[in-house]
Ligand binder design. Structure first.
Ligand SMILES: Cc1cc2nc3c(=O)[nH]c(=O)nc-3n(C[C@H](O)[C@H](O)[C@H](O)COP(=O)(O)OP(=O)(O)OC[C@H]3O[C@@H](n4cnc5c(N)ncnc54)[C@H](O)[C@@H]3O)c2cc1C
Length: 405
């Protein structure tokens, strides 16, 4: 394929956000000259990895060919972007080839920093060290869950960085607890969340509901506790204890584990951090409501890499994409964003609280509940489990990625 030296629109990253924006833009105006830069042949529905880790979803069903979701007429450049120069409206690929653009959409997702925890990269995927954060990893979580036996210790961790799907660390813990309960093992296996955070969940109404879930299972939850090292050969995990007042490390706890589900630290992709489109924390510096770059008016961003202070989820992308597309099209025509298309931080977190039940936490930038369904989703419900396992994946593949939802 010949790569041109200039495109009208370049989309960096063809994951959930990039493909959704490409589909919507292309639907609205088929004459646009759009290129997506995406290195991966496979596209995964990541929200189902929690269910894979709990043995109730097939990993193969979370994967489709990226090619099948690139809209016809849109150019797919199967490379990585190495550099973005917003000041020069230029993108350079890892091959060294450069392209200029009229408009840029930055959507390369979040970077997983396995190496930020000593020993984790070496230990992951064996000896009881597991994570749902990877298509090559989540199936091993289920192996670990199934192997738990009386006297064992199972830990679940959460980092102190932003992560994709803030509920994922605890979802797999509730499912593990429910699995153990069903086998009469819940009071014989120690189950504990190790979290640097201060509470179970940031939004009060859902926190209260989750505290009831915790009481029902009788599992432990340690706050101000951060995983810093895995000693795989000894099945030991080292946690820093954080002082509540000063935020400084006040001591350490070393625990033997039989299973430890790790949610790794995450950050903006390195190539974004070093680019002039980056703002605070290395995230793409966009207006949190319009999704337009704060300095380069022909640059937009959404999804996990965007510097918007929402909880990072695919559900957030679903609300961001139409706002970004409307504003981008308006800027093309009139050099200014629309008056009425704004993103207010909507995100949703489907919290699986057991096999066959879920509560749906939907909220906005201000942590105010932002419900989209006509039922009370603050209580664990069977209908929400059906939504998570069957309806949302269908809507994703057939609606969202096709630019229909
Ligand atoms: C275990 C788990 C559970 C989750 N559960 C939920 C859930 O229940 N509900 C929910 O809504 N969300 C959930 N999510 C989060 C959701 O999957 C992400 O928020 C969403 O995929 C973000 O979309 P994105 O396009 O920003 O990033 P991604 O979908 O990750 O796509 C980023 C793309 O950019 C590409 N890319 C990276 N670097 C470059 C580069 N240098 N050049 C070009 N392309 C590049 C990548 O190959 C990738 O295809 C979960 C995620 C995980 C891991």
């Amino acid at each position: 394929m010949t790569i041109h030296t200039h495109y009208q629109v370049i989309i960096v990253g063809g994951g959930t956000a990039g493909l959704t924006v490409a589909a919507q833009l292309h639907k609205k105006d088929r004459s646009l000259d759009i290129a997506i830069v995406e290195p991966s042949q496979d596209h995964y529905y990541q929200p189902a990895w929690t269910l894979v880790g709990a043995g109730t979803y097939d990993m193969a069903a979370t994967k489709k060919r990226t090619a099948d979701y690139i809209p016809k007429g849109v150019t797919w450049i199967m490379n990585r972007v190495d550099t973005i120069e917003g000041g020069d409206s230029r993108v350079t690929l890892d091959t060294g080839q450069s392209m200029t653009y009229d408009y840029l959409v930055v959507a390369p997702g979040i970077q997983i920093d396995w190496d930020k925890i000593t020993g984790l990269s070496e230990a992951i995927g064996q000896g009881g060290v597991c994570s749902n954060y990877g298509h090559d990893k989540a199936e091993y979580t289920w192996e670990c869950v199934k192997r738990l036996k009386p006297g064992d210790k199972a830990f679940f961790t959460q980092p102190d960085t932003p992560i994709k799907c803030g509920g994922a660390p605890q979802k797999i813990m509730w499912l593990t607890a429910d699995y153990l309960r069903g086998r009469g093992l819940l009071d014989k296996v120690h189950v504990e969340m190790m979290s640097p955070g201060t509470k179970l969940f940031g939004v009060d109404v859902f926190r209260k509901a989750l505290e009831k879930v915790q009481a029902r299972y009788g599992t432990a939850w340690s706050h101000y506790t951060k995983l810093v090292e895995i000693r795989g050969e000894k099945n030991e995990a080292v946690f820093d204890l954080i002082d509540k007042e000063t935020g400084e490390v006040s001591g350490q706890r070393v625990e033997h584990y039989d299973m430890i589900h790790v949610v790794p630290p995450q950050s903006a992709p390195d190539f974004i951090k070093k680019s002039d489109v980056a703002g605070p924390g290395g995230w793409v510096d966009v207006d949190k409501n319009t999704l337009q770059h704060n300095r380069f008016k022909n640059v937009f961003s959404l999804g996990d890499a965007a510097g918007t202070p929402n909880a990072k989820t695919g559900a957030a992308v679903r609300k961001q994409a139409p706002v970004l597309v409307a504003n981008l099209l308006r800027v093309m025509k009139e050099d200014k964003v629309t008056d009425d298309k704004r993103y207010h931080g909507y995100t949703s977190c489907p919290l699986t609280t057991g096999y066959g039940e879920m509560l749906l936490a939907e909220f906005d930038y201000d942590n105010n509940p932002d419900p989209s369904l006509p039922i009370d989703t603050t209580k664990p419900r069977k209908s929400m489990w059906i939504l998570k396992k069957y309806i949302l994946p269908f809507m994703y593949w057939h609606g969202m990625l096709r630019g229909r939802a």
